[in-house]
Design a protein around this ligand. Structure first.
Ligand code: COA
Ligand code: ZN
Length: 327
């Protein structure tokens, strides 16, 4: 296989915008618009969609309509509909609404886990063991998203042994079907990604590994390519590049789904996503969230969306050619 060439190999994208994106928006995206967007994403060919989060409506009011959204979307049998759950209550709500998979969240760093979830990692883990038990009893898949796997904004580098310690406990004790290593605040860099993903795959070849990058420092796509080179085939991404903090100017969101699809398809990977359809969905977002989006592809268009030459092009050419004529 040629380096940097996809050779038709499949890459699976989990669209996390409806959860990771909408949860930080100050505008409430109306429930019927959410349903319409998710249906359009299903039609565009996404492999998985993180539809919503079954969290406290006081903590995340933007996702207070989780049940309605999951119940009203049209299910495409080729798409896995996943939902974030923080506790047993969330798991019961998600299972009742027929989520295909529960996405559990915990941080690899103690400071981040305490700040975000108000628990030590041990407390989170024992709570999530109960969630995994509820999922197992209902035969629903479990994925664990491990935040700050590539660095913590408060502690700096998180030792790789610590990251793998928690992976091991979730895979071997909690029976997780999949693990997502999350670069929550955009600290990952390509050689680190390659090292960690190779180590993960060597140790747990049967566990579904997904990577989740934020583009905070502009390294998102480079990290994805490094991960693919190391054998990863699954990525989270967010339509329009939604996500991040709307109150922090300059903070950016998840890697942008249409940018990832555009780049990988050019390199010969097969995402099964209809890029034009996906871009059509993303174009609906600015008016719903009330601001411009980071997506460079929506601004610049695809690589071969060509532009008309300037109106006086014929004259320019004539003048240029006339310069070659003998006088
Ligand atoms: N669904 C609905 N309501 C829930 C709930 C769930 N899964 N879990 C807790 N609640 C409600 C409780 O009923 C309680 O409501 P009340 O104040 O009306 O009595 C309130 O939330 C607090 O519950 P408590 O058990 O004391 O939990 P907490 O205050 O420690 O909150 C979390 C813990 C994690 C459930 C809550 O902070 C949360 O949902 N956070 C969202 C985290 C998140 O999504 N972060 C972004 C992604 S990482
Ligand atoms: Zn994220």
């Amino acid at each position: 296989m040629k380096p940097w060439s996809g050779d038709g190999r499949p890459i699976f994208i989990n669209e996390v915008g409806p959860r990771d994106g909408f949860q930080v928006e100050s505008a409430f995206v109306p429930t019927d618009e959410k349903v319409g967007l998710i249906n359009a994403l299903s039609e565009a060919g996404l492999s998985k969609i993180e539809v919503t989060a079954f969290v406290s409506p006081k903590a995340i009011p933007a996702l207070r309509d989780a049940e309605v959204v999951l119940n009203e979307i049209q299910r495409n049998p080729d798409v896995v509909y996943t939902a974030l759950v923080p506790n047993v209550r969330g798991a019961e709500r998600a299972i009742e609404s027929r989520a295909d998979e529960l996405n559990l969240v915990m941080s690899a760093s103690d400071s981040h886990n305490l700040s975000n979830l108000r628990m030590t990692r041990e407390q989170s883990f024992s709570g999530l063991m109960q969630v995994a038990g509820v999922a197992d009893a209902s035969e629903v898949r479990v994925n664990i998203s491990l935040s700050c796997a590539f660095g913590c904004p408060m502690e700096g580098d998180v030792p790789e042994d610590t990251v793998f310690h928690w992976c091991e406990r979730f895979i071997e004790e909690a029976g997780a079907n999949g693990v997502t290593l999350c670069d929550t605040t955009g600290m990952a860099y390509p050689s680190q990604v390659a090292r960690m993903t190779e180590a993960f795959i060597a140790r747990w070849p049967k566990t579904e590994l997904t990577l989740h990058f934020h583009n905070t420092r502009g390294m998102g796509l480079a990290n994805i390519i490094a991960a693919i080179d190391s054998g990863v085939t699954r990525f989270d991404a967010s339509f329009g590049g939604l996500g991040g903090c709307p109150y922090a100017p300059g903070a950016s969101g998840n890697v942008c789904t249409e940018e990832v699809v555009h780049a990988l398809e050019l390199m010969g990977y097969r995402t099964s996503i209809n890029l034009d359809a996906l871009m059509g969905v993303s174009r609906r977002l600015p008016s719903l969230v009330g601001h411009d989006l980071p997506s460079q592809l929506l601004k610049a268009g695809k690589r071969l969306d060509l532009h008309a030459p300037p109106p006086d092009f014929a004259e320019i050419r004539e003048r240029a050619l006339a310069r070659n004529m003998p006088s």
